[in-house]
Write a protein that binds this ligand. Structure first.
Ligand SMILES: NC(=O)NCCC(=O)O
Ligand SMILES: [Zn+2]
Ligand SMILES: [Zn+2]
Length: 483
């Protein structure tokens, strides 16, 4: 089956040029002028870009006594509607559960996906079995390992476990990832706030000040450096965390930071809204910050000290959020964003001049494809790459609203925001899933993307660590031991 995308301007992370694209059997077969035949898609006035990759989603995730509302079907449908053609979700083993057992549970859920997906493996407890299973995980194509430094008493791992796991990830040629917040301090602040009668959603933000994130980010970077493993810091939300990442990168450490579209465009005033539901719907960790932090994140994307924009899509209905009435610590943490990430970033990034279209492609797709070692299958417009593409109409406008969204939840944290720049077509391995506003997704079309370990960065880092490893000093004339 042949599809031709005609009359568009191709925009990749490093090039902008006019060309048509021919797709055969889900793969890009030819790029050039005046291509003809098959089904033609008119891209006049549009940019043809690699489909977005969202490396941070929690679809149908068991969390805080419930399950996130969007599953692999609705989540990937929402992504496609907004130009995202691949998600990377987190396998979350229960306490004492084997990693591959948990991976199987995720495979059972993801069979319904409309777009391709991959997984990160979460390290939620530590022991010999986990150590062994990490190798099986890598063999199964799950090469990135997430560690929660927060959620004490549930998902949190301690520093000794973090160090042991990071070393193991390094050995296996994988990528270490962290949710960086100091869980001990968050637990103390939460108890204090509740005891003082601070029970509303605004106290969620008070309990997680930027310092808890900055401290944990710096700690994770130092531990990763000692373990000799590359590190990816998820949902970087504040200057303190960004500063730690920036400093580490300037020192040559292999560290990447991931701001979310929510932190770039929404601020802490949301938590002071008089409507409890409004504020609770926006409870996520880390919380939204003030303008100073937003400016820092945008500057990071512009200068390259931050690399990827994600969503952490973890949606809960208003009814689920109300579990936390009277106690903010029981509000399920998480917000949606899969459908809105690309239009919001284009509107607030490219349309304002903060980002070039090429930088937009880099931070929504290509950078993460390289970091996760699935480039150029994903994140590229090259012959042989998967035809995961978005035909982006920079003139198309809409107002974001829950009434017209794909997500299952009953609100949208970006409600009322006007965006300019939307997909005309979104293609997932050649299938036109979004056709000029019409949703033509196919449940079960998505495929698992297995990833290889030991990309070039790991090889370089191991080489350097070997070269600089502690060695005994060979001495002549050693004094005799004993008396
Ligand atoms: N971010 C959030 O609040 N919920 C999802 C779980 C996580 O990533 O911490
Ligand atoms: Zn997190
Ligand atoms: Zn998350």
């Amino acid at each position: 089956m042949t599809t031709i995308i005609r009359n568009g301007t191709i925009v990749t992370a490093d090039l902008t040029y006019k060309a048509d694209v021919r797709i055969e059997n889900g793969v890009i077969a030819e790029i050039g002028p005046n291509l003809k035949g098959g089904t033609e898609l008119d891209a006049t006035g549009c940019y043809v870009m690699p489909g977005g990759i969202d490396p941070h989603t929690h679809l149908e995730m068991p969390f805080m006594g419930t399950y996130s509302a969007d599953d692999f079907e609705s989540g990937t449908r929402a992504g496609l509607a907004g130009g995202t053609t691949m998600v990377v979700d987190f396998v979350l083993p229960g306490q004492g559960q084997g990693l591959m057992d948990a991976a199987q549970m995720w495979h059972n859920k993801s069979g319904r996906a409309c777009a391709d997906y991959s997984y990160h493996m979460a390290i939620t407890w530590w022991g010999q079995k986990v150590w062994e299973d990490m190798s099986a995980s890598v063999d199964a194509g799950i090469t990135s390992f997430k560690h929660f430094m927060a959620y004490k008493g549930a998902l949190m791992v301690n520093d000794d476990e973090l160090f042991a796991s990071f070393r193991r990830v390094g050995e296996l040629g994988g990528l270490a990832m962290v949710h960086a917040e100091n869980g001990d301090v968050v637990a103390e602040l939460t108890a204090k706030l509740l005891a003082e009668g601070n029970t509303g959603p605004e106290a969620h933000a008070y309990s997680r000040p930027p310092q808890v994130e900055g401290e944990a980010t710096n700690r994770a970077i130092m531990i990763a450096d000692m373990a000799g493993v590359p590190l990816y810091v998820v949902h970087t939300s504040c200057e303190e965390a960004h500063e730690a990442i920036r400093r580490a990168r300037m020192l040559g450490k292999r560290v990447w930071g991931e701001p979310l579209i929510q932190h770039l465009t929404l601020d802490e005033s949301e938590y002071f809204h008089p409507d409890w539901d409004h504020a609770a719907r926006r409870v996520m960790s880390p919380p939204f910050r003030d303008k100073k932090h937003q400016d820092s994140l945008w500057a990071g994307l512009q200068s390259g000290s931050l690399s990827v924009v994600a969503t952490d899509h973890c949606s809960f209905t208003t009814e689920q959020k109300r579990f936390g009435l009277g106690n903010f610590a029981k509000i399920p943490n998480g917000t949606g964003g899969l459908e809105d990430r690309m239009p919001m970033l284009w509107t607030h990034g490219v349309n304002t001049g903060r980002l070039t279209p090429n930088e937009f492609v880099a931070v929504t797709s290509t950078n993460i494809a390289k970091i996760l070692n699935c480039y150029p299958k994903k994140g590229a417009i090259l012959v042989g790459a998967d035809a995961d593409l978005v035909v982006w109409d920079p003139a198309k406008e809409k107002t974001i609203g829950a009434a017209s969204q794909q997500s299952k939840i009953d609100y949208n944290v970006f409600e009322g925001q006007k965006v300019k720049g939307l997909p005309r077509f979104t293609l997932t391995r050649g299938h036109v899933a979004i056709h000029d506003g019409e949703v033509r997704t196919r449940e079960g079309h998505g495929q698992f993307v297995a990833r290889e370990p030991r990309p070039a960065v790991n090889r370089a880092l191991s080489q350097w660590k070997d070269l600089t490893a502690p060695r005994p000093v060979v001495r002549t004339g050693v004094p005799a031991t004993g008396v």
